[in-house]
Write a protein that binds this ligand. Structure first.
Ligand code: FAD
Length: 509
């Protein structure tokens, strides 16, 4: 086990008073749409597209407005070079509920999902690896060489995660009650949830209340003795978030990640054929087939309201569109602080929304490789074992230290890495490239969006962004594994030492 580290007392976040929210600028020329829509949806991310499809299926005249010229938000596929496609940001799509796939008939709209048997390979610096399979018994068998206690604990832990996740899924699927005027529907939902809670049984019902507020580091420590196993599982409690494994509530993030899918303790690893953008294309097609209209290049700059009710939106072009309901697929802070009139929002909600912390800490690097990287931990089974997520969280304390750096505005020297090689599962991604080409999608955490000293454009402290200087800042990160024969294209180059990539991280946005 790694030497224990002491955890500094939490530093209270400085109380920042949100800057007064400027009233939305008056549009240059206001043009009113002819007829009101039943629902206007801001943003064309995958969640917004699902919402649009259901509302349209329910008979509502629904309009989606996406500011970019592409749909899908983070679920998009990008072209890295001729005949080479990569997941632009998100690389797996396994959190999509099966019920949504069925309801929207996404197969008919071109969606093909691929789920390798192996869920994740977590290589250790000593050349060994923890391997997670869809089959919990197979994972447990593999753990036995490392620790009999961990092998014995794994199947029970997987069962517990699935049981809790089932309840959270039920909770997530239920419409929140109308507090002011609860109706019969609210009572029925309450009864349904009560039954779901009772189905947990005495042990799990007590356990869920105990573990939801816990730090994920504590949750895994209750079940497993080896740091490598603890860290590989705990990673899903902190992934994509500005939190560390000792942050309160991260156990619930891990459980939510398994809600509504077949993730269990190992987590989901599902790819869409053609990259994650193929999911967005299928969702958009499903939404259009249900009757929704979708516009891209349409940035919403304000939500209009009257007497406490949203009445429509204003586009950056000045166009005003009225609707009976406005749904936002943009994040809550942006929606409330940037789009809603501060007078309509009121001082306390405005204050709370302005204080939602959204410091991005994730960097994304896509690589084109002229061959499959060599991971000694995968041995001769690389072709199989590298099909899932390759996760490199060296230990719980190492993860916390990586988070610490970002808390204080520094990119971590030893970031946590999750990579996939989707071309192993989906050769269509590289069908136009030279034989043997693979693509690797790397998520590296923790890289704070805003650096304390300097900025991502390579400007040292004191120099103004935009002034002459290097356009990117180099950030080395290591996968603790020898990777060869890897050669990247684009803005990254790889080498054959223990540093996999020496990359230039694009300006975060
Ligand atoms: C680096 C990274 C990697 C990730 N990898 C994975 C992964 O592999 N698997 C996974 O399941 N999850 C992953 N996630 C999480 C996942 O990306 C998010 O949960 C998901 O994107 C949320 O989808 P969404 O539709 O709610 O929002 P988004 O994808 O953020 O979409 C919001 C959309 O709204 C648009 N928009 C915003 N403001 C306006 C406006 N004013 N007017 C019009 N349009 C607007 C945006 O352009 C965007 O298209 C990852 C997250 C990050 C940061």
């Amino acid at each position: 086990m790694a030497a224990p580290i002491t955890h500094p007392a939490p530093v209270p976040a400085p109380i920042t008073h949100p800057a007064p929210v400027p009233a939305p600028a008056a549009p240059p020329a206001i043009r009113h749409a002819v007829a009101p829509w039943d629902a206007v949806i801001i943003g064309g991310g995958h969640n917004a597209l699902v919402t649009a499809a259901y509302l349209a299926k329910g008979g509502l005249r629904t309009l989606v407005l996406e500011r970019r010229d592409r749909l899908g938000g983070a679920a998009d596929t990008a072209e890295l070079g001729p005949g080479i496609r990569v997941p632009a940001l998100a690389h797996t799509v396994g959190r999509l509920r099966p019920s949504v796939q069925r309801d929207l008939d996404l197969k008919r709209h071109g969606l093909a999902l691929m789920a390798p048997d192996v869920r994740a390979l977590a290589p250790s610096p000593d050349g060994s690896a923890v391997v997670f399979w869809g089959d919990a018994a197979k994972t447990a068998a593999g753990l036995r060489a490392r620790s009999a206690a961990d092998a014995d604990a794994y199947v029970g832990f997987d069962r517990l995660v699935r049981s809790m996740a089932r309840f959270l899924d039920e909770l997530g699927r239920s419409a929140p009650p109308d507090i002011d005027a609860p109706g019969i529907g609210d009572a029925l939902t309450g009864l349904k949830l009560g039954r779901a809670f009772r189905r947990l049984g005495k042990h799990d019902a007590r356990t869920i209340l105990r573990i939801l507020p816990m730090a994920v580091a504590d949750l895994v420590a209750e079940a497993f003795e080896t740091d490598a196993v603890r860290a590989a599982i705990a990673w899903r409690g902190v992934r994509y978030g500005s939190v560390g494994p000792w942050s309160a509530g991260t156990a619930s993030v891990l459980l939510m990640d398994s809600a509504g899918n077949d993730g269990g303790a190992a987590g989901e690893t599902v790819f869409a054929r053609g990259g994650p953008g193929a999911l967005s294309v299928a969702l958009a097609s499903g939404a259009r087939a249900a009757g929704a209209e979708i516009r891209t290049g349409a940035e919403v700059t304000a939500i209009t309201s009257k007497d406490g009710r949203a009445t429509g939106i204003v586009l950056s072009s000045g166009e005003v569109i009225t609707a009976r309901a406005i749904v936002s697929g943009a994040d809550p802070k942006r929606t409330l602080v940037d789009l809603v009139d501060p007078v309509a929002l009121g001082p306390s909600l405005g204050w709370r929304a302005g204080n939602i912390r959204t410091p991005g800490v994730v960097a994304k690097v896509n690589l084109a490789l002229k061959g499959l990287p060599v991971f000694p931990a995968a041995g001769g089974d690389a072709d199989q074992l590298l099909r899932g997520r390759i996760v490199v969280p060296p230990g719980i304390d190492a993860m916390e230290r990586a988070f610490d750096a970002s808390k204080y505005g520094r990119a971590s020297d030893a970031p946590i890495v999750e990579a996939t090689i989707p071309s192993l599962v989906d050769p269509s991604l590289v069908e136009g490239a030279r034989t043997g080409t693979h693509v690797m999608s790397v998520i590296a955490q923790y890289a704070p969006h805003t650096l304390r000293d300097g900025d991502w454009a390579g400007h040292p402290p004191g120099r103004q962004a935009g002034s002459p200087g290097p356009s990117t800042m180099s950030w080395r990160f290591s996968m603790k594994e020898r990777a060869s024969p890897a050669q990247s294209t684009g803005s990254c180059r790889s080498c054959t030492s223990d540093v996999l990539v020496h990359c230039r991280v694009p300006t975060a946005s």
